[in-house]
Design a protein around this ligand. Structure first.
Ligand code: COA
Length: 223
């Protein structure tokens, strides 16, 4: 196969012409190995500090024994300070106190099963799904159980509490739709094309069409 410049296995995908790797931009699936997190190729996190543990920054309440999953597609662009709050972040709100007493009463005899049971609080929101080619602006917060569609854009400092439709720009707290990026007809074609699943070689050869907005041109090179 022909050598491509895009390489999903690079930890630091941004390399300057002199060979300097920009260490504050990381391919997330090269730095996160967590049983509850799935991340597609090329999705990156551009965070101003180099972190020791990317999983616990990005999804601080997602523990290896948590029941929910965080699924992030391919080619997502995640800006500085973004946090994804998953379902295990929520305390039980049905009793008189929300204090998580059990968390502070573990002993060496406490089993993994008992820890798992601690996460079974009522009203759990389930998995978080972030599609492909989603751009999440600086310091946005994604709340539990949300699904963000392919090609969506999340404005800086937004708090996303509800699902976001594909190719929709949202912003604010709570995040609301600002506008659709393209016509319904174009969005339908983009969702059919799923260019992010093409071979890397084909993506590199067709960057002009991917980075412009002529749907006929992109559609014609699909095969
Ligand atoms: C969301 C965003 C993409 C919108 O860009 P745009 O389409 O050029 O939007 P505009 O500036 O024309 O604003 C359109 C509307 O959205 C609102 N808006 C823009 N950004 C917003 C945000 N982050 N939160 C809430 N509302 C926002 C504007 O106030 C405006 O509202 P109005 O129509 O009521 O006047 C952009 O503002 C943004 O937040 N980009 C993220 C940048 C970033 O974090 N980069 C990190 C490095 S990758």
């Amino acid at each position: 196969m022909k050598k491509t410049l895009l390489d999903p296995q690079k930890k630091y995908p941004m390399v300057m012409p002199d060979g300097t790797e920009i260490k504050t931009v990381v391919h997330l699936n090269q730095v996160i190995d967590h049983p509850q997190i799935e991340i597609g190729d090329f999705s990156y996190f551009g965070h101003f500090e180099v972190l020791e543990d990317y999983a616990s920054f990005l999804a601080p309440y997602l523990f290896p024994l948590s029941p929910e999953k965080l699924v992030i597609g391919k080619f997502c662009q995640i800006a500085h300070g973004v946090r994804i709050i998953t379902s295990s972040a929520n305390h039980n709100m049905n009793g008189f106190s929300t204090f998580p007493f059990n968390n502070f009463m573990m002993t060496p005899e406490t089993s993994a099963k008992e820890i798992e049971a601690m996460f079974q609080v009522p009203g759990r929101k389930g998995n978080t799904h972030i599609g492909n080619d989603v751009w999440i602006g600086m310091e946005a917060i994604i709340m539990p159980g949300v699904t963000i569609g392919d090609g969506a854009i999340i404005g800086a400092r937004s708090v996303v509490v509800k699902d976001v439709e594909p190719y929709t720009i949202v912003g604010g707290n709570p995040a609301k739709a600002i506008k659709k990026r393209f016509s319904e007809e174009t969005i339908e074609k983009l969702l059919e094309l799923k260019w992010w699943n093409w071979d890397v070689e084909k993506i590199e050869q067709n960057l002009e069409a991917i980075l412009n907005s002529d749907i006929k041109k992109l559609y014609n090179i699909r095969l």
